[in-house]
Design a protein around this ligand. Structure first.
Ligand SMILES: NC(=O)c1ccc[n+]([C@@H]2O[C@H](COP(=O)([O-])OP(=O)(O)OC[C@H]3O[C@@H](n4cnc5c(N)ncnc54)[C@H](OP(=O)(O)O)[C@@H]3O)[C@@H](O)[C@H]2O)c1
Length: 331
């Protein structure tokens, strides 16, 4: 396993593995024994960066979520896990009532929600301090300064280490960071977006905004990352939920954004490079993200130890400059 640093302040920055593990389905779709086996294998392989959220996975059982954090809390306790594993969680997109969704009934990002939800996450995870806490989705109803100050208060009290942001338009990330900087407060340092080798169309209305899909890392966000080397990007759904391995998944309506002429060209470049290096297509996608400029931390899900093993091997896969150039050039 390889490692890199997230965060810039020597007091709060952390070393994490270059491959992160998502636990969105742990405790619901993925049963406890399988989830524990995946977590054990990840830790044994040197993985140290685990991702969850306070709303995982509300949509499975019509709950408000919390099953994933609770499972992680049980795993941490049963294995005696301490500071060696960085656990990131998110708040803001927990539905306010069972049977509802973040699209129209999210808890949001008021100072009160930030304080109370972080407290509940700490309880479920069994952690005195959350290593990394993200704003999960935007809350346009709350003044940005209130959100910025709400998160910063938890950092100064020592109940949160690093701050991150997910699924926000880039201009709102920049505005929030500028507000924090002007007030001498800690701001978002880790950005979590949907990102992979295949590129989605950006002109279709998104789930959260009629203006497009702000969850996908587009040119705005990538250029922002390049301009701010202290920021780190974590790419969620890098394997398109298994869509590279199973074409039928990629053809499902939820992947309509990938139905454009660039997709076949990129898929065939991917297959050629995978055959060249003797790796799977999934591994090439992950290696392309990890070793790219700027380097990106893929956040993979897995529903079996075998899937995780395939994904973990990508951390040791180095693409040559020529292979990378072929992948970059396909469009
Ligand atoms: N910030 C956000 O809003 C947000 C949104 C979504 C996810 N996330 C985070 O990102 C994590 C990963 O998301 P994701 O599950 O969508 O990621 P993903 O890594 O793209 O997809 C994981 C799924 O892909 C399949 N898979 C994984 N490895 C495979 C392999 N080697 N071969 C074949 N299939 C494989 C499995 O599907 P099957 O189980 O069907 O086999 C697995 O459940 C989540 O757990 C969560 O922590 C964050």
């Amino acid at each position: 396993m390889k490692y890199r640093t997230i965060g810039t302040d020597p007091k709060t920055r952390r070393e994490v593995s270059v491959l992160a593990l998502g636990t969105m389905h742990f405790g619901t779709t993925t049963d406890e024994a399988t989830s524990f086996a995946i977590l054990d294998r990840y830790a044994q392989a040197g993985g140290t960066f685990i991702d969850t959220a306070d709303n995982y996975a509300f949509w499975i059982g019509g709950t408000q979520g919390g099953e994933s954090e609770e499972l992680l809390g049980r795993w941490r306790r049963s294995r005696g896990i301490g500071d060696e594993i960085v656990i990131a969680t998110k708040l803001g997109a927990r539905p306010l009532a069972p049977g509802t969704s973040y699209t129209d009934n999210a808890e949001g990002l008021s100072a009160r929600v930030i304080r109370e939800s972080a407290e509940r996450s700490r309880d479920r995870l069994g952690m005195a301090r959350l290593d990394l806490l993200y704003a999960h989705i935007e809350d346009p109803r709350v003044p940005l300064a209130e959100t910025v100050e709400g998160f910063a208060a938890l950092v100064s009290e020592g109940t949160v280490g690093l701050l991150g942001v997910s699924n926000h338009w880039t201009w709102r990330v920049e505005r929030a960071r500028a507000l924090a900087a002007a007030a001498g407060l800690p701001g978002y340092e880790v950005l979590q977006y949907q990102h992979s080798y295949l590129r989605p169309r950006t002109d279709l209305p998104g789930q959260l905004s009629p203006d497009g899909n702000q969850s996908a890392a587009g040119g705005d966000l990538l250029s922002y990352l390049r301009a701010e080397p202290g920021l780190v990007m974590v790419a969620y759904s890098p394997l398109l939920k298994g869509g590279y391995a199973r074409r039928d998944k990629l053809d499902a309506p939820e992947f309509a954004e990938y139905d454009h002429p660039g997709t076949p060209a990129r898929l065939s470049a991917l297959r050629e490079v995978a055959a060249d290096v003797g790796a799977t297509v999934n591994q090439v996608v992950l290696a392309w993200l990890i070793g790219g400029q700027p380097p990106i931390i893929p956040l993979v899900g897995a529903s079996s130890v075998a899937q995780l093993d395939e994904n973990l091997a990508a951390a040791d896969l180095e693409l040559t400059a020529d292979q990378r150039a072929r992948l970059d050039a396909a469009r």
